[in-house]
Write a protein that binds this ligand. Structure first.
Ligand SMILES: [Zn+2]
Length: 226
């Protein structure tokens, strides 16, 4: 009798330890990174923002130009959307050549960093922010702004950013080009950093049109800083 009680007690302890180990394993596996956003460990080409990740993105009620002033003064677009299969805008400082090297690149709107990396030759360092659009926006519910050829990236994966916050600096894609910012607006939840030139617009929107319609003022009006 004594022996079987000891056996039951020992079994109960072992069973409890197994349960604790399983719970700890599940917690470790599920525990999100800082900011509640789990780092993407799979090939980002196949990553899709989950419904929960989209729902917790900051609401982007207004968009501003990512270079120069809030409405893009002091910059020019050297190669606009869809000229020769180009799916973004090439933004430059008005000084030309490398005069804009190291200039601040600003978050076009409130959002979250969903990609930081160097996806392949010709891109250099790239940053992607995801933004939740207000209900009723025809481009919604989620868009991504993509910034490439960067010199320095100043934010981390998963970080929340405010509109106008400096997130990076203008670069040359490691010497591949004269300094400029390659800027794209992408529709939908699929993060596919390296998918580039194409003869169809893929999921891209014209960055200039997109921002002009969502900057909350006429093109001639200087917006207040955030
Ligand atoms: Zn470009």
């Amino acid at each position: 009798m004594m022996r079987s009680m000891a056996f039951v007690r020992a079994s109960a302890i072992i069973f409890s330890l197994i349960l604790v180990a399983i719970a700890a394993g599940i917690w470790w596996w599920r525990a999100p990174e800082a900011g509640g956003f789990r780092e993407v460990r799979i090939d980002p080409a196949f990553h899709r923002l989950t419904a929960a990740e989209v729902a917790t993105l900051p609401l982007a009620v207004r968009f501003d130009a990512p270079l120069g002033s809030h409405h893009g003064a002091l910059t020019y677009n050297a190669r606009a959307f869809r000229i020769k299969n180009h799916l973004g805008d090439d933004l430059n400082g008005i000084g030309g050549e490398n005069s804009d090297l190291g200039d601040p690149v600003r978050a076009a709107a409130a959002g979250r960093v969903v990609y930081v990396g160097s996806p392949g030759a010709g891109w250099g360092k790239m940053l992607i922010l995801a933004h939740r659009l207000p209900a009723g926006d025809e481009a919604g519910p989620v868009v991504q702004t993509m910034y490439a050829h960067l010199d320095e990236i100043r934010v981390k994966l998963g970080q929340l950013v405010k509109r106008g916050e400096t997130v990076a600096t203008v670069g040359t894609a490691d010497g591949a080009y004269l300094a400029h910012l390659h800027f794209e607006v992408r529709q939908g939840p699929y993060i596919n950093p390296a998918e580039g030139y194409a003869d169809t617009p893929l999921n891209r929107l014209s960055p200039q049109d997109f921002i002009q319609r969502r900057r909350g003022a006429l093109a001639t009006v200087l917006n207040q800083p955030p």
